[in-house]
Design a protein around this ligand. Structure first.
Ligand code: SAH
Ligand code: F3S
Length: 481
């Protein structure tokens, strides 16, 4: 089962935007996580003040930027193929410049420019504000690189141009980087240490989105529960903050509450939660405010304690199950999804069975499942051998994907023959006559369009379902409308 949002959007190009003062053309394509898609809109915003309009026609672009992902080897290979394609285009159009943004820029640094000579520009995730200077370097015939990771960059002062938005849902990034150091994960190396964004700028962005008629926001971070604002700086430097700063600091539960109160009609989601950092306060805030969606993406990665330990996840299987019990106690209808990795070094058949039994115990609504992919520089790569045979990884992945399919059907059926509130966000892929939207529990629902429109909150009576989708018919506008 693939990451619904992510896989679908791989290789998405930012839509054309024309501001008459601008004459140069930028083609920007994004891969990877939601944060990358959000970052590309920040980059478009920065470059629109420097003479660039976005275009979806690659041949007419003077500048091609590719926002890259390093999370698994496959992601990097996809980007490499794209770079070959761009280089072929460059041979026909020597004026065209190509730049690499994002996690691969950070991971491979000088390699693209110096050894492989396949790009003109390499810019890491914290250096986008330097793009105008770097482009000036390129214009003068010099290679340009900035892969410095920052202590305080959050782009809180850049208003992203939401070019690819449906006008209904938007992401608001609240933290950057990650301090967790899961041993398999490259993110702490490519995105640096964790820092939080000024809550005032988050609320300003939320209010601005409400004014523009957006109906749903997702607060975004690698590890949202660890959000902590004490006036700026790295989370790990908190000890150096003054007593006043510490006393007035704002954590995730408080931020969530501030958002819920600021826009009581806006649906509020967040992603992603790391179980070790998710507090009971957050769950209580969720239960207190109706506009915070009763859905949590709670990656666990494995059901085996020894694998969890080797992954440096700071909780046991039992603690994870306790957390889920607390969630269900406080919010009985809360749905939960997961991320799981199979084939981590030394994973035995018994460990794999533990993963299956954890899935059986929780019965997740859906999940994102992956084969372990060794990432250079991570602790797992340095200390452990990638010793689970590829065929075994494949088989284990298939087993959990099949199991999840069954569980998804069970969970989806719980919403059958019920009245559910749906926020319409697009046309159904299957039929032009149907709308598609999601419930607060993150279930996709499709139903005949009638006179409803994108952005409406509609009560739908569900009549049939597959494991992923509910099918029904609209009854009325919901009171939220
Ligand atoms: N906290 C992050 C996690 C980022 S990576 C978030 O915001 O979602 C997303 C998922 O990719 C992880 O939860 C993990 O399941 C998977 N992943 C990360 N590194 C991986 C690797 N080396 N091999 C396979 N899967 C990996
Ligand atoms: Fe990666 Fe673990 Fe952080 S999965 S993004 S190091 S929480």
């Amino acid at each position: 089962m693939e990451k619904l949002l992510e896989e679908k959007r791989q290789g998405e190009v930012l839509k054309t935007r024309i501001i008459s003062k601008n004459s140069k053309k930028l083609y920007i394509e994004s891969f990877g996580c939601a944060m990358n898609f959000s970052d590309s809109e920040i980059v478009a915003s920065i470059l629109s003040n420097n003479g660039y309009n976005t275009t979806t026609t690659i041949e007419e672009a003077e500048l091609i930027l590719i926002n890259t992902c390093s999370i698994r080897d496959k992601a990097e290979q996809t980007v490499r193929k794209r770079l070959e394609k761009y280089n072929a285009l460059k041979r026909d159009n020597p004026k065209m410049k190509v730049g690499v943004l994002g996690c691969m820029a950070e991971r491979l640094k000088h390699k693209f420019l110096e050894q492989e000579k396949i790009v003109d520009l390499v810019v890491g995730p914290d250096a986008y504000k330097d793009l105008p200077n770097l482009l000036a370097e390129v214009d003068q015939g010099r290679d340009a690189i900035n892969v410095l990771l920052s202590k305080d960059e959050t782009y809180g002062d850049v208003s992203p141009v939401r070019l690819n938005s449906n006008g209904v849902s938007a992401f608001i990034s609240i933290t950057r980087g990650c301090d967790n150091m899961c041993t398999f994960c490259v993110v702490p190396f490519t995105r640096g240490r964790e820092r939080s964004r000024d809550p005032k700028s988050i609320i300003d962005e939320l209010n601005d989105l409400a004014k523009k008629n957006f109906k749903e926001i997702t607060l975004l971070g690698q590890n949202v529960d660890s959000y902590l604002w004490y006036g700026g700086g790295l989370k790990k430097d908190l000890a150096k903050a003054s007593e006043i700063q510490k006393a007035s600091s704002i954590g995730f539960a408080k931020l969530l509450e501030m958002c819920a109160v600021a826009q009581p009609k806006m649906r509020i989601r967040f992603s992603t939660s790391n179980p070790q950092d998710m507090s009971i306060d957050v769950i209580k805030v969720m239960s207190k405010y109706e506009n915070i969606c009763n859905y949590i993406h709670l990656p666990v990665q494995s059901g085996s304690n020894s694998i969890l330990k080797a992954m440096n996840r700071q909780h046991t299987r039992e603690e994870y199950i306790d957390l889920i019990k607390s969630i269900k106690k406080i919010i009985p209808d809360c749905t939960i999804s997961h991320d799981m990795i199979v084939g981590f070094p030394n994973e035995t058949e018994e460990d794999h069975k533990q993963t299956i039994s954890l899935m059986n115990e929780v019965t997740y609504l859906f999940g994102y499942m992956f084969k372990y992919s060794e990432r250079p520089g991570t602790l797992a790569e340095r200390k452990l051998e990638d010793n689970v045979d590829e065929q075994i990884k494949k088989r284990r992945l298939q087993e959990i994907v099949d199991l999840q399919q069954k569980h998804s059907l069970i969970r989806t059926k719980e919403f059958l023959n019920k009245k559910v509130e749906v926020l319409i966000d697009k046309q159904s892929k299957k039929s032009d006559n149907y709308w598609a939207g999601r419930t607060e529990h993150n279930k996709v629902v499709v139903f005949p369009k009638e006179n409803y429109k994108i952005g409406d909150f509609v009560n739908v009576l569900t009549e049939q379902c597959t494991s992923a989708t509910l099918i029904g018919k609209a009854i009325e506008y919901s009171k939220n409308n």
